[in-house]
Design a protein around this ligand. Sequence first.
Ligand code: AMP
Length: 286
Amino acid sequence: MSKEPKLVKSCKPVQETILQLRAERQRVGMVPTMGALHEGHLSLVAAAREQCDFVVVTIFVNPAQFEPGEDLDQYPRVLENDLAQLAQLDVDLVFAPSEKEIYPAGFSTRVDPPASAQPWEGAHRPHHFSGVVTVVSKLFNIIPADVVFFGQKDYQQAMVIQQLVSDLNFPIQIEICPIVRNQDGLALSSRNQYLDPDQRKQATVLSSCLRWAQQRVSEAERSSQVLTQGIREQLREAGVEAVDYVAIVDPVTLVEVAQVDEPAMLLLAAHLGNVRLIDNCRLVPD
Ligand code: AMP
């Protein structure tokens, strides 16, 4: 059974619809995306469908979160295909605004992201999180949902948004859903389609490094340096030369930890040709 979701492109009507639903005590879930939907996005939608009465998916390729020279112009835009997939999941409403609707003439406010946005992705993409928290703040106001679903795939983003919600008192609950992977371990990403066949094979080394580190931790290795060095070597051996970072960090502050004595997050970013991939996993000592 499939039901076409209602497609709305302007802010005012969607805000009115959601406020009305909230007044009727319906639980509203939102899944923000940039479209080109894959099973990773759809897992967030399924979680929203399970937990909420009314499910909104937003599709907006946000120019403010791309660095100059990044793939904004090439980013896949496939709205018809996205809508067909969302119809299968019984989504109620899709909000797909134009760039002008979100950033009309005269728009000039930016939200300053929290400290957790500084390292890792923030160090390599200096405007990225300011663009993310600005658009997410707007979406929280345009669609005042009860609960908003994000993926662990973008772990730092999820932590930055949790801090944003806490610091600015957005009356919204954040749910973080697990990473969906291909059978060979590669985390699903809209950018995987740009990998050529050799790079696609090479890309599996990212997730195999994460599994290796989890195994080493379960064998009682605690030194972050030993673990990150081991990963760097494996990446080099697999021909992945351009590594932005390999870091073991506190799960909330994202500050590096020297030892995995408490649960920590392993964060990884590397380039395969022109394609930049990120991945992460939790490291839990016994
Ligand atoms: P994007 O369209 O890339 O902005 O992603 C929209 C949401 O989907 C974000 O919260 C991502 O973290 C999440 N997401 C992307 N890829 C995956 C994946 N492989 N597994 C789970 N969630 C994902």
